[in-house]
Design a protein around this ligand. Structure first.
Ligand code: FES
Length: 203
């Protein structure tokens, strides 16, 4: 009988790693590219697109920081508290984006299937781990579109649009209130938006 007890977190990491088949993917797991190891890296990057999301499936989260210039993704940094599949997926995605300096509009079209194809055979229970990095990417691109006032390009999933001109959603309003907005003015300041007159009654 073994006297060594493996911590559940370590076991989960190892188990998740077993679901990753190709050696290329193992490289991304053991030596992830563009992973933020020090918060100073984010300051130096001066990102203009930031996506932070959580997984409803497992409770893990993912942060992604993009540096976009001339509408192309020049740098992509990320951090996750997710499993090995999430680490490998994010690393692969970041390399896909930056090696080819993908146009930001094209990056919005990258799907979970694109990542799964690169990963190879993945346990069905681990698909949501790859979805995590795609969601963070889309969130970061939407953030960039918002900051550059390209509201018509914002893609919204699973939320109701309140103001069509600036693609303001009920989820953003909810987050604004949770972050301290107590009236329309403070909500606009917090979200850096200008709500149209006709939409103010709906908010
Ligand atoms: Fe949570 Fe993979 S189990 S990201």
């Amino acid at each position: 009988m073994s006297l060594i007890t493996i911590h559940p977190d370590v076991k989960a990491k190892v188990d998740s790693m077993k679901t990753i088949m190709s050696s290329d993917v193992k490289q991304h797991f053991f030596n992830p590219k563009n992973l933020v190891r020090d918060e100073k890296e984010i300051e130096e990057l001066k990102p203009n697109g930031i996506g932070i999301i959580g997984s409803a499936g497992c409770g893990d989260n993912m942060s992604m920081w993009l540096k976009i210039e001339d509408e192309k993704i020049k740098q992509c940094k990320w951090q996750t508290f997710g499993c090995g599949s999430a680490v490998a997926s994010s690393s692969i995605l970041s390399v896909m984006l930056t090696d080819n300096q993908v146009k930001v509009d094209d990056a919005m079209k990258i799907t979970t299937e694109d990542i799964l194809n690169k990963l190879g055979a993945v346990n069905a229970k681990k698909v949501h781990c790859s979805i995590l990095c795609i969601k963070a990417l889309r969130e970061a691109i939407n953030d960039y579109y918002k900051k550059t006032k390209q509201y018509d390009k914002i893609v919204v999933e699973g939320a109701r649009i309140i103001d069509n001109n600036i693609k303001l959603t009920d989820k953003q309003i909810e987050e604004g209130v949770l972050n301290g907005a107590r009236d329309l003015n403070s909500l606009q300041v917090l979200l850096n938006i200008e709500i149209s007159e006709e939409s103010k009654n709906k908010v």
